[in-house]
Design a protein around this ligand. Structure first.
Ligand code: ZN
Length: 359
């Protein structure tokens, strides 16, 4: 199936070319990387502000790789932590690679949280580069989540033989030998956080990591976690109720980022592109999905904000249907960040869109 092949393609070619691309288009702020390490406004962090706020120097320095972990660490850490996020608002995480400032930032942290499951394809080299003097506790937040193979998709594409032929030159052994050693596979779907059920596991892991890095405040982390857990459980119940009621179970998306949502709430994900949103599907793939859309009464093609909607529009035009936003929550846009939009807000608007599109 083409997703897997495309992802590989992205991992090889893109690992090299994105560095150049990012360097070339760094005017929008992504080139600054860790220079102003994207510390998203952390005013949402200390919501329980009746207690005295710790001096900045006393706060636990937490560095997260991408937005969902930033959100969880801020919510659970509250006023005891100072969280900064490596991947800035408006940047698509699959397009991001760390710069030396990011390494410095992670090295100086008390706790570095990354997602794992293949999301941060750069993680092994990055962790090797973290300073030997660093006292940072390093934690992989996806531990304990039952992962999905990236090859699993609700829609069975033909021409499988193409992929098997290409298995011979699986990506990046030359450049990314370290990843193989550690068993990271780009055939794993990393997008756990789009499902509230996985978010509950991520939150528990973030809480445990904070308690380990800062045992003095473990009780506070526990109580903030319990509050957040209640919100996530309520979100999960809303998803269960909403999505069990929809009649259309086929979820046609541009970027294959909703596998965990589909698995946990009984939907069938069909993706135009692969696990990384910048792969290029072939014309015949588009035609096949268009046929599927027509035959199965699918009414909307979902696209996302951080990536061009060109392909979703092309498919929607070909199939004669509309498009709608479904956010993979890989990062906020700058506007969302400024507006104080959170993971929970986006998850709620995703559910509203899903219920409208799939009714
Ligand atoms: Zn993704």
């Amino acid at each position: 199936m083409f997703k897997k092949r495309n992802y590989r393609h992205v991992a090889t070619a893109a690992a090299l070319s994105l560095l150049l691309l990012l360097a070339a288009c760094s005017g929008n702020g992504n080139g600054t990387g860790g220079a102003t390490p994207s510390a998203s406004p952390s005013n949402e962090a200390g919501s329980g502000s009746d207690q005295a706020t710790a001096e900045p120097a006393e706060r636990l320095k937490v560095v997260t790789s991408f937005y969902p972990l930033y959100y969880l660490a801020s919510e659970i850490g509250g006023e005891h932590v100072e969280v900064s996020n490596l991947i800035a608002a408006g940047i698509e995480p699959h397009d991001w690679t760390p710069k030396s400032q990011d390494l410095v930032q992670a090295s100086q942290a008390d706790l570095f949280l990354y997602h794992g499951a293949g999301l941060e394809v750069w993680i092994d080299d990055f962790l090797k580069g973290v300073s030997g003097d660093s006292k940072a506790i390093i934690a992989e937040a996806s531990t304990g989540i039952k992962l999905i193979s990236g090859q699993e998709d609700g829609y069975s594409h033909e021409e499988e033989s193409h992929d098997h032929e290409e298995d011979g030159h699986s990506h990046g052994e030359e450049e990314h030998g370290a990843e193989e050693e550690h068993g990271h596979s780009h055939d794993t779907d990393p997008h756990t956080w789009v499902s509230p059920k996985s978010a509950l596991v991520l939150a528990a892991n973030v809480k445990d990591s904070l308690a380990k890095a800062d045992p003095d405040h473990a009780a506070d982390y526990e109580s903030s976690y319990v509050l957040l857990k209640e919100k996530l459980e309520s979100l999960d119940q809303t998803y269960e109720a909403g999505l069990s009621a929809v009649s259309q179970k086929n979820l046609v998306v541009s970027h294959q980022a909703f596998g965990y949502l589909a698995r946990d709430y009984g939907l069938n994900q069909i993706s135009i592109m692969g696990l990384s949103p910048d792969a290029e599907p072939r014309a015949q793939d588009i035609a096949k999905i268009a046929k599927f859309v027509k035959e199965n009464g699918v009414k909307y093609i979902f696209f996302e904000e951080l990536v061009s909607d060109q392909l979703a529009n092309m498919l929607a035009n070909e199939a004669g249907v509309d498009t709608m936003v479904l956010n993979p929550l890989e990062g906020l846009t700058k506007e969302q960040e400024q507006a104080g939009t959170t993971y929970l807000d986006l998850m709620n608007s995703n559910l509203q869109n899903l219920m409208k599109a799939l009714q």
